[in-house]
Design a protein around this ligand. Structure first.
Ligand code: FES
Length: 80
């Protein structure tokens, strides 16, 4: 199933990014080599993060757990 139509990201790709350490929506995009466009997938990705990445919900968000990634490359996109 596609999670992000604009970037053709499917569930498997997003899940792998989260399992590899992406802890924010921005980090998921970065890990997938994608750039947010319409943003309609943001809530779905956030839900997937909440389900698969418990530390995301306990304040460890934005720790930059993926090597070489900033804590949150898209803070404005992740806000709200
Ligand atoms: S559906 Fe993901 S940016 Fe548009």
């Amino acid at each position: 199933m596609y999670v992000c139509i604009c970037n053709a990201l499917n569930t498997r790709t997003v899940t792998q990014a989260i399992d590899d350490g992406a802890a924010t929506v921005g980090q998921v995009y970065k890990a997938c080599g994608a750039v947010p466009q319409c943003g309609k997938c943001k809530c779905t990705i956030r839900e997937m993060l909440d389900e698969r990445c418990p530390q995301h919900m306990t304040g460890a968000q934005g720790t930059g757990s993926l090597p070489g990634l900033p804590a949150d490359p898209l803070p404005a996109f992740n806000a709200a």
